[in-house]
Write a protein that binds this ligand. Structure first.
Ligand SMILES: Cc1ncc(COP(=O)(O)O)c(C=O)c1O
Length: 360
């Protein structure tokens, strides 16, 4: 048996739209508003997350970069973010010339620790990027309080949390901007791709310029920008995936529920949902002090369990920082994510649970 941790789920509809776009020949558009499929996709996103605007770009990394450019983050500025994330969050900050300042996380759900965040705010802090890791929602109330008190904007890294809500409101829509990724391992995909959501018209207009070399009508660069445009083929695939997303999320939820039921008596920390939180189950992550043994044994049995992330960003060779982040370090040594994507069957879940039980 081979069970992957996450797989792209594309079908006939996606294949057919790709063929028709190739036949038609309109592969991209450098117009300010983007091409026909890009606009259609943006509409589907803003309807789903209930944001006023969505701006499609060509990766989650580009979404983060564009958001930072939109806030004019630059050299001499500091941006606060967790180190327990995919490195893209930090790399996007570095690309602006600003300094990433790493904040510790909470043991219960691996999201940014508001107390440590507050402590690390300085006169130079210009933005905060909480990450809704694994689909878990960061502490919205505390973030809101800190942001207001210190007058610092927040960019939500929602790359992993499309579909996660808190009090019925979607992650990515709580603050200035929310950034998402459509990398194939995510809950829906366009191959490569990303998008930003916002309720602020000024930011939306600026983001539209930023994704297209700062232009509005062409050859009239008004702000710094790059080519961050999403190809029409990717936008069309993504629109179909958005239609399928509620079904994907339902299947993930059912799998997570069953898995929790079957392994709840084991001596491990199960994923913890907070009150009013509804997660998208992008990754079902447990923690255990026998991590390496369990991970190896699961992989040997064909179960694509994985550790996200075994090396926190601040300890990678490029960053190599001595910042003390005890829970980040602890998590990097204890977490395992188990497969629960929509194609994982009831049989697969029972097999994963039994294998876990045998190992422990
Ligand atoms: C938390 C986080 N931030 C940012 C990204 C970057 O997205 P992308 O790979 O689409 O550039 C990812 C995903 O890869 C991610 O998981």
């Amino acid at each position: 048996m081979k069970i992957a941790i996450n797989i792209p789920l594309v079908g006939k509809e996606e294949i057919s739209v790709v063929t028709s776009i190739l036949r038609d020949g309109a592969l991209t558009s450098a117009a300010n508003q983007g091409g026909k499929y890009v606009q259609k996709f943006e509409k589907s996103v803003s309807t789903f997350v209930k944001s006023k605007y969505a701006i499609a770009v060509n990766s989650g990394t580009a979404a983060l970069q564009a958001s930072l450019y939109a806030l004019d983050i630059k050299k001499g500025d500091e941006v606060l973010l967790p180190s327990f994330t995919f490195v893209a969050t930090a790399n996007a900050v570095v690309s602006t010339g600003a300094k990433p300042v790493f904040v510790d996380i909470l043991k219960e759900n691996y999201t940014i620790n508001p107390d440590d965040l507050q402590k690390k705010i300085t006169k130079k802090t210009r933005a905060i990027i909480p990450v809704h890791l694994y689909g878990n929602v960061a502490n919205i109330e505390r973030l809101s309080e800190i942001s207001k008190k210190n007058n610092i904007p927040i960019i939500e890294d929602s790359a992993q949390s499309l579909g996660s809500t808190y009090k019925g409101k979607h992650t990515g829509t709580f603050f200035e901007m929310g950034c998402y990724s459509m990398y194939p391992a995510k809950v829906m995909t366009s191959g490569e791709g990303g998008f930003i959501v916002t309720n602020n018209k000024k930011l939306r207009d600026k983001l539209l310029m930023i994704r297209n070399h700062g232009m509005v009508h062409g050859y009239d660069t008004k702000v710094f920008g790059l080519n961050l445009r999403l190809p029409e083929i990717s936008a069309a695939i993504a629109t179909i995936q958005m239609k399928k997303l509620p079904g994907f999320l339902k299947a993930r939820k059912n799998n997570a529920k069953l898995l929790s039921k079957l392994i709840s008596d084991l001596k491990i920390q199960l994923p913890q949902q907070r009150k009013n939180e509804n997660v998208n189950w992008y990754l079902y992550t447990i923690s255990t002090n026998k991590r390496d043994v369990i991970l190896k044994a699961l992989n040997k049995k064909g179960i694509g369990a994985a550790s996200y992330y075994p090396i926190p960003v601040h300890k990678t060779p490029f960053y190599k920082l001595k910042t003390k982040l005890p829970i980040t370090d602890w998590s990097a040594k204890h977490v395992i994510s188990l497969p629960i994507h929509p194609n994982v069957t009831k049989n697969n879940i029972e097999y994963i649970a039994k294998t876990m039980r045998d190992i422990l």
